[in-house]
Every structure is written in C-alpha cells, then in structure tokens.
Design a protein around this ligand. Structure first.
Ligand code: FAD
Length: 603
C-alpha cells in the first residue's frame, strides 16, 4: 500500500520487480563468485599506511554503482531514486551476506546520509554529493581503545580554531573502511569532545574529517594528518579493512563541526539506527544463503536408507533430505530465514510509513520502528548465526571443510552480534529505553498491530489454530512488559536489567511467530485462489499435497504455510521458557562472588 501514498506514488509493482531482478542478476553474475576467493586470498592488506582491498571489489563496486543500486533510497533532491526503504532492503538482501564488500558502499551511504540530514548546504555540496556518487568513501568513527560499548568515555579531542574549524587529535580503532584504495578521498564522521565540554555522552560532538582536505571549489587539497596505523586480522569479514586510525599526530588534522555542538551522539544515532537495521539484514541474508546451500546439499547427498525402509535389505540409499532429523534442521533454518526477513522488512515498512504519513501516524510508525531496531539487530544476528551453524551441521563433516562456503558464512556472520553496539547492549536499550517509551504507548501500539492479525485470522478455519497459539504469546509479551514495569515501580530494577537479553529473545521469538501467521494468511489466500482456478477441492488433502511437484507457485505458498506451522508449533514455545525463567527472579548471576566463577591457580 506504499504506492498509494503521495511520497511513493511514482512507483509501482513493476518497477520494484525490475529493481529486484536487476539486483539478483548482478549478485549472481558478480558477487557470489568472488565470495570464497576473497576469503581464501586473505582479504584486505595493509602496507606502510596504505590498504589494498580485494581486487575483485573494484569491479563489483563499479557495476553496482553504475546500476544505481547504492542510491535507490536516497531522495531525488539529493540525486537518488527515492525508493521505499523496504525495497532497498529487499534488494540489499542479495548482497548482505557478503558484508566484507558491502560495508564499503554502505558505510559511505550512511555517512553521506548524516551530512544530508545535518550538514549545511556547503557541506552537502562539498562532501555529500561525491559520497552519494561513491567517488569518496565514508566511515563512522566512534570506537577507541577504552571506549567501546561505553562511547561516552572517548578521549578524542577537538580544539576550536579562530576560523571556526577544529583541530582534531586522537586514535580510533576498529574503523571499517578507514583506509582503502577504492575511493579517491575518505570522509570520516568523527566523534570527539570539544575542549571544556562535559564528560560522558552529553559532551560529544561530531566532526567531518576528510583524509584529503577539500578546497572550496571541490578539488582535493593536501593530506589532513589522518593516518591508518594498521588493520585487524579477523576470523571473518576479511574483505573489509578494519582500521586503526590516528587523527592529528602532527597537530594538523582539521575537522568541521556537523550539526550543533554536543549533539554528536544524537546525530550519530541516525546512522546507527540504519546500520543496526542493516545488521538485522546481514542476519537474514546470511541465514537465507546458508539455508539455500544446505537445502541444495540435502537434496544431492545420498546417505543411509529412508527410516521407513530400515528393515528392507534391498532398499536404496536416499538423499539426506528424506531423514527426519535433516528435515528438522532444514525447517528450523527455513522458518528462521523467512521470519527474520519479515522482521527486517517490517522495520523498513515502519520507516517508510513514518516518512509517507502525517500527524500521529508519523509518531506511531517511527515509535514501533525504534522499538524493533534492537530486536531486529540482536535477534536477527544471533538467530542468523545459529542458522549458519545449523547449515554446517546439515553438511556433516564437509561443512567443517573448506570445500564449501558454510564455515565462511558462520565466520562472516559472527561480527554482526558485536558491532553497531553488542547484542547485550541492544537488550539493555530495549528494556531501559524502548519498552517504556512514551509511557508504554509505543509498546501498546506494537501489540495492537499484532492483535490485528489475530483478529483477521481467528475465524479462518485453516488458520484458527495457529492464530490461537500466537494470540496466547502476544498476551504473554504484554504481560511481561507489564511485569517489567511493575519491577521498576517496586524497586526491583535488577530484574529487567539481568533479564534484558532473555526478554529481547522472547520478544524476537514472538514477533517472528506473529509475522509467520501474517505470511501464512497471505499464502493461504493465494492458495485458495489457485486451487479454485485449477478446479481442485481444497479439502482433498492428497491432491493438494501432491500439487507442489508440478506447480512452483503452489510449492512456494504451501512452503510458507508449513514454515509458519513449524515455527509456531515448535519454536514459539521457547518464548514461554524465557518468561518462566525471568519470573523466577533468580539473582544467582549477581550473587556469585567473582572469585567463585572459577578457582584455578591463575584466576
Ligand atoms: C570488524 C569490526 C568492525 C567495526 N567497525 C566499527 C566502525 O566502523 N566504527 C566504530 O566506531 N567501531 C567499529 N567497531 C567497534 C565495535 O562497534 C565495538 O567492538 C563494539 O561496540 C564493542 O566494543 P568493545 O569491542 O570495546 O567491547 P567491550 O565494550 O569491551 O565489551 C566486551 C563485552 O562486555 C559487554 N559490555 C560492555 N559494557 C557493558 C555494559 N555496560 N553492560 C552490559 N554489557 C557490557 C559487551 O556486550 C561485550 O560482550 C568494529 C568492530 C569490529 C570487530
């Protein structure tokens, strides 16, 4: 229904499909092939202050940029296509498992977007345009050796100059794409504290710090005393250069303020929100690609007899997809990959709806999106990782070997639970900030949206049973929200804090079940129409279950319904165990003396 809004009225289904087809084609022709190659060749290389990125990335970047894939979501006023964010996410899903590459254009687009939202006209002209065009690259420079999760502890300093610029000095670590040979110039949004400003996050400002200074006519000037001192050697994500950056070693690094003084965290949060959604997408994309590889392998790999033929000495060995335990793994992977995808799309849809609506609706949709961002980031990446690990399991011993990319999916995926705020920090964000936002109104709005789906399907004979299950858990989520609120009132603050992570997982698990019900509802509607058109009696179970072998559309929609059924019946009940454990109010993890964690000689 986005195309019915004024903001997206210029688009239609056909344009969206063309975009997705183009993305898929580029992915298949150019991105998939080099995935393992880049990893086995060692990825990005550091040499005397310079970084060479994998040679394959130069070509992919050019092709994708020329196809306009990096500016799909950028507003037309800033030179982009202004597509809904939901379509951008669907498109990026094809690439997001290959984050080693995607971080170069994505960090750039994110930094450009910051300047777009908070920069002056001059800054937009000077920096943003070239960044959106992917001629110059961008980063986000928060982390320091002693300021990781606690960004407020940063020591990078900004000293005011008479001409209104600032001299920046400090060292940042773990900076993605900090130095590389892909872009002609780098533009670093750097968090720093202006001399004399308060300690903690309140005193942080954000500065635009280019690698090469930029003259007023837009041409490049001299180097800006920004140096890369090394890159990390990592278990995965090898194509991405993770750089240690030094600013102002020679006292000559000039930065200009972006936005207002001491608003650095607020401004950076815009980029962080987009980036966190991108991490959720990394989870769903990697889960999906891992699942598809496991599925293909399970259909090919012949091993053992079908359990029904166990006693038959003449029975042939069968593809492993016939074994119940392999089917269990595949269903777990399929239902999570689809559920996580739906969660990412839901967040994107909320963002689009917030952009396309007015009045209270803006608050409603942006509120729900804010609530879901930590869930999407944390649950999306943890479950994405879990799915890649199961992918290895489906391959048996070969999953552990270099012949297949399964181990690389898992290694590359792990980072997503760590960067952009660790998943533990996401959980704290959910319970400490998001759950009680606007006196709980945001949470209530989210529950109301979930209940609408139950109301829509509770009377449908095919979906009533699943609807009933999902409703029970929506109510459980509401009750747990109230329970945390009561803990706050009763002074039991440590209950929500120590249980933030299980609570987030409970919300994630229930959210996916709700989305599965929604998808099953859409799928059932499509199926009924197809059965009718084919003259098939919808109560003839035998005919219906045989149909997918000859009709891909039926196979797809039936797969959706079974995926929902599997998730709701087999995975959703774990949400109850989270809730039960939380309500036990056990404090053993706080009571245990540090010395009792282990009693070895050196501990
Ligand atoms: C490959 C890679 C790319 C990165 N890219 C960038 C980038 O482009 N820009 C950038 O600025 N940074 C980047 N980072 C840094 C990343 O965001 C940090 O590593 C992350 O925020 C965690 O900080 P830390 O490593 O110092 O861990 P720590 O903060 O030391 O955390 C260690 C553990 O303690 C937990 N913990 C810490 N404090 C708390 C608390 N108050 N409550 C509960 N738990 C807590 C954490 O959850 C974690 O489990 C990158 C990191 C990597 C590895």
């Amino acid at each position: 229904d986005l195309t019915q809004t004024e903001k997206f009225a210029d688009f239609d289904q056909e344009m969206f499909e063309m975009t997705l087809d183009l993305t898929k084609q580029i992915c298949e022709e150019h991105v998939l092939g080099c995935y393992q190659e880049v990893d086995s060749e060692g990825g990005a290389q550091f040499d005397k202050g310079s970084v060479k990125i994998p040679h394959q990335y130069h070509g992919i970047h050019k092709i994708m940029n020329e196809a306009g894939l990096f500016t799909m979501g950028v507003s037309p006023e800033s030179g982009g296509q202004g597509m809904p964010y939901t379509i951008c996410m669907a498109s990026y899903e094809y690439y997001s498992f290959h984050m080693g590459f995607m971080l170069y254009p994505e960090a750039t687009a994110g930094a450009a977007h910051l300047i777009d939202a908070f920069g002056t006209d001059r800054q937009k002209k000077l920096y943003m345009e070239k960044m959106y065009a992917q001629e110059w690259g961008g980063t986000m420079c928060l982390t320091e050796a002693d300021a990781g999760s606690d960004v407020g502890a940063l020591k990078t300093k900004a000293v005011r100059q008479p001409d209104g610029t600032f001299k920046i000095s400090g060292a940042k670590i773990f900076i993605t794409s900090g130095e590389n040979d892909l872009f002609k110039n780098m533009v670093h949004p750097v968090l720093a504290r202006i001399e004399g400003d308060p300690v903690g996050t309140k005193g942080i400002s954000i500065f635009i710090v280019p690698k090469y200074r930029v003259k007023e006519d837009g041409s490049l000037g001299e180097l800006n005393d920004v140096h890369c001192t090394g890159i990390e050697h990592k278990m995965g994500l090898k194509g991405s250069a993770t750089c240690s950056m030094s600013f102002g070693d020679n006292g000559d690094c000039i930065g200009e303020l972006l936005g207002e003084e001491r608003q650095g965290m607020k401004i950076m949060f815009q980029m962080m929100n987009e980036a966190r959604l991108g991490m959720g997408l990394q989870g769903s994309s990697t889960a999906s690609v891992s699942y598809l590889h496991a599925l293909a392998y399970a259909k090919e790999r012949v091993q053992g007899k079908n359990i029904k033929d166990m006693m038959n000495p003449d029975a042939q060995n069968v593809p492993i997809i016939q074994h119940p335990d392999v089917r269990r793994m595949l269903m777990y992977m399929k239902s999570h990959a689809e559920g996580l995808r739906a969660l990412v799309y839901l967040c994107s849809l909320c963002l689009d709806k917030a952009h396309a609506s007015s009045g209270d609706e803006v608050d409603k949709w942006s509120g729900i999106m804010d609530f879901l961002i930590p869930v999407c980031k944390s649950y999306g990446t943890d479950m994405g990782f879990k799915v890649t690990e199961l992918g290895i399991q489906c391959f048996g011993g070969y999953g552990f070997c270099n012949d297949y990319p399964m181990h690389q999916f898992m290694r590359d995926m792990k980072i997503a639970s760590l960067y952009e705020g660790t998943n533990g920090i996401q959980a704290l964000d959910l319970v400490a900030r998001k759950l009680g936002a606007k006196n709980g109104a945001v949470f209530m709005n989210y529950l109301a949206e979930m209940n609408k789906t139950f109301d829509a399907y509770k009377g449908d004979a095919r979906l009533a049973d699943m609807s009933k299950d999902v409703k029970e858990y929506i109510d459980l989520m509401a009750a747990m929200g109230m329970y945390f609120a009561s803990c706050g009132k009763e002074g039991k603050f440590m209950i929500p804090i120590t249980n933030a992570y299980p609570f987030l997982n409970m919300v994630g698990c229930i959210s996916l079940a709700w989305l599965h019900l929604w998808m099953a509802g859409v799928a059932e509607e499509k199926l009924q129409a197809i059965y009718k058109a084919k003259g098939i009696d919808p109560t003839d179970k035998k005919a219906i279950i045989a149909l997918p072998s000859e009709d891909k559309e039926v196979a797809f929609y039936q797969g959706k319904v079974f995926s929902a059924e599997y998730y709701i019946k087999n995975v959703l009940p774990t949400a109850k165990s989270y809730a039960e454990a939380i309500k036990k109010e056990d404090m053993s993890l706080m009571k245990i003396n540090d010395a009792s964690f282990a009693c070895g000689e050196n501990l």
